[in-house]
Write a new protein. Sequence first.
Length: 460
Amino acid sequence: MKRKFGFGGWHGLTAKRAGRVGHAHHSLAAARPCHPIPRASTYVVLGVVALFGVGGLNCPPDPGEPPIYNNTSDPTNNGATYLTSTACSACHPDYAAIHNLHAHAHKLTPVTDGSPSFPAEATTAGVPNPPNGFAWSDIAYLIGGYAKRALFVDRDGYILTTGLTGQATQWNLTFPPNGTTASFGIYDPGAVAPKPYDFEAFRHDTTGPVPQDPAQPMFQDNRPGILGTWSEPGVMCESCHGPGSKHIPNPGARNIFVDLTGAQTCNQCHSRPYGSTTGEIPGAGGFIQDLCQNLELRASGGHSSFDCAFCHDPHYSLTYDRPNAIRNECTACHTDANMALHSGKVFRRGDYEEPLTCMSCHMPFATLTGSQATPAVVGTRGRMGDTRTHIFRISTDSIDYNSFFTAGGTKVALDAEGRAAVTVDFVCLRCHNEVTTPTLAFTVERAAEIAKGLHLPFGN
């Protein structure tokens, strides 16, 4: 498999210097058609080769020059103002269409006339009705509703909770991997007061978020429950590229912000709290909290220095356009790795089928965004949320999820080197349980014993 270029791979080298480092500069040519607008995925410097710690890397030097990005450090674009994605799409209609299929574009949707609509290709997206006792005319915004779950912001700007309304107020979308069918579920049952849609929450969901100034507090749409303002709902073009008012008069200057490493874009939003640099990975209810992918990656050992864009193209939907969304599969670099007796296997549970890949074990569903598998799906020992973790290491100790977290379950446990390792109940027991494969059901102890030598030649 050929490795593909990602703009996250330059790692601080200048373009000319990078092009001259022959032993570190590798061709990751993408087998994709040309686009009228230059793709950000054209070149990469694999100085990161040293970070992989794996064999099989043998790419020829690339003779080309990297793309031109004249602003990689100033996300404000020299104090520009926001124009919204409508302005961007006038010149970039192809990227607008691509982005519209991405969950980023639907993180927050205004409710104007009944149930919000989503792209037809998004087959599991959508919410048929608001919680019991509410009409769409009572709802101002829908948070999510595209990939995993939906929450509802009322006309005053407060998030509807089970604790205050007495109703199930979280819509869980159909998610075949963990057996969830679309239905309402419990959200914040302990709430005793209206829950504001505060800055820490909506900064993950909007473009151009601004916190309140205590001296002159502003409320989006003058809704008292929204504690701050934004330029545009959803994670749109200017969320990652910065405000565009100074780009439009002279696009040829190529001075719109491009974050080569994700440090000021991906890493900020995919951390809890926003922009966290503590290294702590928050947990709750026996799962990793959602939007912690950056923190997970930093705790993943040999991959901890990776940039998001080495594997991901941030413009494409992972759910609905995976071939374009993934630049490099695991086997692009781990060419010598085997599938540990799982090669060619397909996991089946009812109507759900999953051809087994590296991700099946090394990116288990240890994170919870909306729904989790019940014992009727994964048995009494298996554990499964709805979001794949970016902690690739697997613990081969005879321990379960309780030891994956610190005492109290509020943080993922890290070793002395700041690394985490997912326990076998997330990995092996989601398949090898008394419900799905009763003849191959494992205990934690047995699964850990097998895992110790799983990638070794059979009989060793």
